[in-house]
Design a protein around this ligand. Sequence first.
Ligand code: FAQ
Length: 341
Amino acid sequence: MTAVTAEEATQGAADGAAADAARAEAFDAAVAADDRIEPRDWMPDAYRASLVRQMAQHAHSEIIGMQPEANWISRAPSLRRKAILMAKVQDEAGHGLYLYSAAETLGTSREELLDKLHAGRQRYSSIFNYPTLTWADVGAIGWLVDGAAITNQVPLCRCSYGPYARAMVRICKEESFHQRQGYELLLALSRGTPAQHEMAQDAVNRWWWPSLMMFGPPDDASAHSAQSMAWKIKRHSNDELRRRFVDICVPQAEALGLTLPDPDIRWNEELGQHDYGAIDWTEFQEVLKGNGPCNEERLAQRRRAHEEGAWVRDAAAAYADRHAERPGTSGAAAEPVEATA
Ligand code: FAQ
């Protein structure tokens, strides 16, 4: 073994620091130029960690988000509605899978992320901790929850991290279909019997405020926004997107013949946007702490689905191994799958 002199060690450290600085500079320049950061590119540890945090939360939201609507698959009022709802819930599972795969490009694994979700160490969206009490809730989720999701996610198609941005393109196309089916469902109820109209209005009354909370805390309380926007992970602040969503919903509610449960919504001529009433941030914080109406139920169901799906993952892994061993066959197409719900 050759001994390294003190002089050589100092020189090595200086070279390493210079290389780090050059890599950081290249990263900053790529972000500034709106280039995409790809998995093999150098990136700051904090950028990687922040992406894993947001993408994991997003993926978890998609799969936990299957539960409230799945509750109505067996009770859909017609075969057509049932087929549409099943397709929609399956799409959400698919979104979860794209996002887990995208997160894996950052050096984590789906198993690790799911373990953290099940242990309550990673979040999923607050919105999925509310119950679906009537059939109209399926419409309200499509219109408002998917609508809020699209408003938030369209700018993510321009996220600086390539795999996340590309996953969002397809997800947004599908969410757009989901939003329209919810709108169409609510329209049918709103134009139906007085009882159906009332059911639609009640669902909108219950889902409106939690949908506004999906955009996250107000800007002055948003811990991550400034840095995420500097890195171009997020392109707009939470409040900007929330206001954009209100502007989109006001005319749509009118067309639906339904009202939004906020007497303070009015057009602000100066801003060219709508003002809206105060959001109950205490409720939001309580839901985040695990005290929402369905937090326990959602997580318990998720853990149960994971345990009950173990045999599917084992079978898929055994199938992949067998095919990998056989000459002339490829195991590549048979990755273990996660049974969701
Ligand atoms: N729920 O500093 P910020 C969907 C947390 S997909 C729970 O502002 P950030 C499709 C936040 O994590 C819906 N936690 O955070 C569908 C942070 O906590 P931490 C999901 C929330 O990241 C439809 C803390 O508060 N979409 O619906 C929420 O800059 C129908 C401070 O917040 C996405 O995940 C919340 N609502 O901005 C599926 C989109 N808001 O990590 C089925 C991607 C904030 O420090 C059926 N994510 N927190 O412990 C994002 O755009 C961002 O992460 C935000 C939050 C905007 C959600």
